[in-house]
Design a protein around this ligand. Sequence first.
Ligand code: 0X9
Ligand code: ZN
Length: 698
Amino acid sequence: MLPRSFRRRAAVCAASTAVLLGITTAGPTTSTAQAEGEFRPQLVTVDTPTRADKALLQTLGLDLTEHAGHDYVEVVLHSPADVVALTTAGLGFDVRIPDLLARQAENNRIDAAYASATTTSPLPSGRDAYRTLTDYNADMAALERDHPGLVKRFALPHASLDGRQIYGVEIGGDVRGPDRGLPTFLMLGVHHAREWPSGEHAMEFAVDLVENYGSDPRITDLVNRSRVVVVPVVNVDGFELSRTDGGLVDLRAADQGGTATILGTPGNAYKRKNCRLVDGQDTPDGTCRAGSLTSPGGYGTGIDLNRNYGGYWGGPGASDLFADPTYRGAAAFSEPETQNIRELISGRHVTTLITNHTFSNLVLRPNGVAPDQVAPSEGIPLGDPYDEAALEQLGDAMAEQNGYTSQHAWELYDTTGSTEDWSYNATGGFGYTFEIGPDEFHPPFPEVIDEYLGAGEHAGKGNREAYLLALQNAVDPETHSVLTGKAPAGSTLRLRKTVATPTWEGSITDTLDTAMTVGPDGRYTWHVNPSTRPAVKDRQVETVSAEPVQQQSWTGTTLPLQSTDHEFTVDRDADLFEVVLDWPTPDDMDLEVYRKNTDGSLTQVGSSGNFVGEKERVLLQDPAQGTYVLRAINFASVAPTWTLTASLFEAESSTVPGLVENWTLTCEVAGQVRQSVPVVVDRGQRLRVDLNACGRRR
Ligand code: 0X9
Ligand code: ZN
């Protein structure tokens, strides 16, 4: 969860630099010897109160991290010359971690100690350390080599910008046989370079299925009834840089139990985006490392692949500035990595997908944007997904296995152009984002094991069990559609649909084109996604009354790093509870909303984590009656005067009627289309279509 986390930590760090320094020197000892007078890379906080200061800093060729706020940027200094560059430019700074190598060594030591004490970890693969890209590729090749009837390795259609092949594996009981219309379950990892556990879990799940096929009846049945496609590393270039250039730097020790976790790092360990160096121009093969030298973190070169998909592309929660961590790219699907996933999904019936990320222990479901938002391309509020009840049910069931919080993606923060917002709205296949792990992008490896297998009260469940539930959903005909009937043995059936998928302001053209081969008995059963896309189905829209039915405002001033609470009682039925925190200066404030329990304790029910300078807003649907605590928190260096407003609204629910779409089903014999019929099929429906005319020559 990028924006909230780095902003929060940044504010805490900036305000307590002096304290941190003292603690850091007393922190973990280094295992690397330091020659006298030798310069050790250090992490400093550079003051950049104006945009001009930031621009100046960007010209110095220094190693800027993504750890930044509106008035500072954290920078790694690698040499005395870097220090001179900063001072000559007249930019002030505080040293935050005086010896990054010492800190990195300490964290690497944890991993090394674990690896050397462990021959075989309890993971399906037995691995005891993070894979490199080479390891992933070798493991996928080995899976295929050792289980040729069960595993097919494939290269995705587009090579990466830096010239690498991107691989995936397909797993199925008869994976080399013709496609007989089984549903596809898709598992993705590492859209964001630094989120290493997201690839580990995807890969471990593949190994898990393969190793247990034939002995575990549940897994055997699931694998026989589906095709499981796993692409563990979508962003291969970024991952290779992150994984091999710089190690783990854990800032928690330096923060004495504060909210800081981890971000500052040497090298590219915290790179987020892909290896695009210039929009619209291919990156010369092999040059990504060079291009990233001065932009290792989320900032700098690259496209945020989780803002580049077509669904509502270009809307809220995605930046149009190349250097930003959430840069959406020049156009929807401008990047080879997202094109790969688009083509994969457009060519199969992916009935359920999970795209893995780190971190925050979340199971997120569509949509990425709050239901009251109106995309100009549509002119009506986004509403809840048509399949909200079913999406929520599976999300909650998965979250019970791993102990994560199940919620709409927009409840985290707005995003547009994310994987499942496109895949769900354009194809109807269920899609979820997992944010793995409590507090780090790539924590010490033992944590990866715990998250996969489950620990504590989730022991024996974890993401493994959550993924199995998702796979179960993928094969369950109740959650997709089934076409069945007679057709000539060996004929090719094809379902096609060319549609306009809304971006935020316009649309893109999606062609879904899938095929299967009819078996020797002249009958077929095809597991497909519904013919009408969720994007155009009936939509429940809440029209909120213009005037609140109840409203209360407070003004106040809160000192830096302090917070102010106000209570507000909801004593009537209302459809919407809105809390807004506004203030005049472009400062860093946060808003949290709690429900007061009968024993006086507080349960957080909402928080707002907008970028610096935006006002904060929390929206609660159907608020329960009772007392709420509204907390204004100041992370900034000044004490602005703010206004806090709580409003209750009533809403009228209306249905905006949607469209009915059809698939075009064709039957081909020897490459010739012999029959073509429109097919309308809903979720949960089983439709019989006999293709008798296909057997006759025209
Ligand atoms: O911001 C993101 O892309 C994801 N968080 S991360 O820290 N892994 O970068 C969250 C995306 C949530 N939104 C949707 N999936 N729509
Ligand atoms: Zn991510």
